[in-house]
Design a binder for this molecule. Structure first.
Ligand SMILES: *C/C=C(C)/C=C/C=C(C)/C=C/C1=C(C)CCCC1(C)C
Length: 243
């Protein structure tokens, strides 16, 4: 608690301010507020979109709880809360895959497509965890980052050119524009994470990010706020537009 107060008190002072801690704090609040928004809006949507909005709220709510712990962990240790981070992701990223399935379900999406995305995202995250927490020396981080990156590219392919895209195109209208928007989040918003990873681990890429070196947690926190809340808002917008 004391450290927490000193974080607030020193937030305005350049020498002592804990900027990384502050992004954990703001991230926590943003996730809580977004969860309240999605949950409270649920009943005002057409039945067919309620589950999608519920999942949007669950994604930000699970993140809010993890941010609570990560904020605490950072304040205590001033090191990355890698374990909490990956527990959060392994729960929320598959839920984002479920979200793709849910919005395409009225267009005839199969659960096979959903499980494929979930499997790929699991490979992506397990690879990242191994590189960040287990094989942290030598070629470890670069090799596991590559495994993770390949899984990420296949996800991007599936969403931009694979079955998901075909279904979205056949549905057209608001569903297609929501799908295209979510696809942009995956291509651009999710690309923040590998940059954060390279800024925070050792490898051939060390140094090429210059000023970003060491700012892994800030990048991950920005990525989470954009992707989890933004993703949810796209789905919210779809529910509002297509009654
Ligand atoms: C809410 C959390 C989200 C959307 C997390 C997404 C995480 C990624 C897209 C992570 C990707 C990674 C790579 C593509 C390579 C390096 C290791 C990772 C796990 C940071």
């Amino acid at each position: 608690m004391e450290k927490f107060l000193s974080l607030i008190v020193t937030a305005g002072s350049v020498d002592t301010a804990d900027y990384v801690g502050f992004t954990f704090f703001v991230g926590c609040m943003a996730m809580m507020a977004a969860s309240a928004f999605f949950f409270l809006s649920m009943n005002s949507h057409d039945n067919k979109w309620r589950t999608s909005i519920l999942v949007s709220g669950l994604i930000t709510f699970i993140a809010a709880v993890h941010y609570w712990y990560m904020r605490e962990y950072w304040l205590e240790n001033q090191t990355s809360p890698t374990f909490f981070r990956y527990v959060d992701w392994i729960l929320t990223v598959p839920l984002m895959c479920v979200e793709f399935y849910l919005i395409l379900k009225p267009a005839g999406a199969s659960t096979k497509m959903m499980w494929r995305l979930i499997l790929l995202s699991t490979i992506m995250l397990v690879g990242g965890y191994l590189g960040e927490a287990v094989y942290t020396t030598g070629v470890g981080p670069a090799a596991w980052g590559l495994v993770s990156g390949i899984a990420y590219f296949v996800i991007v392919y599936d969403i931009w050119m694979g079955e998901a895209k075909k279904l979205a195109t056949s549905a057209g209208g608001a569903t297609l524009s929501a799908h295209n928007m979510l696809a942009k989040f995956v291509l651009i918003g999710w690309a923040i994470y590998p940059v954060g990873y390279m800024a925070g681990t050792e490898g051939w890429y060390s140094g090429i990010f210059g000023g970003l070196e060491g700012s892994m947690d800030v990048l991950y926190n920005i990525g989470d706020a954009i992707n989890k809340i933004g993703f949810g808002l796209v789905v919210y917008n779809l529910a509002v537009q297509s009654k």
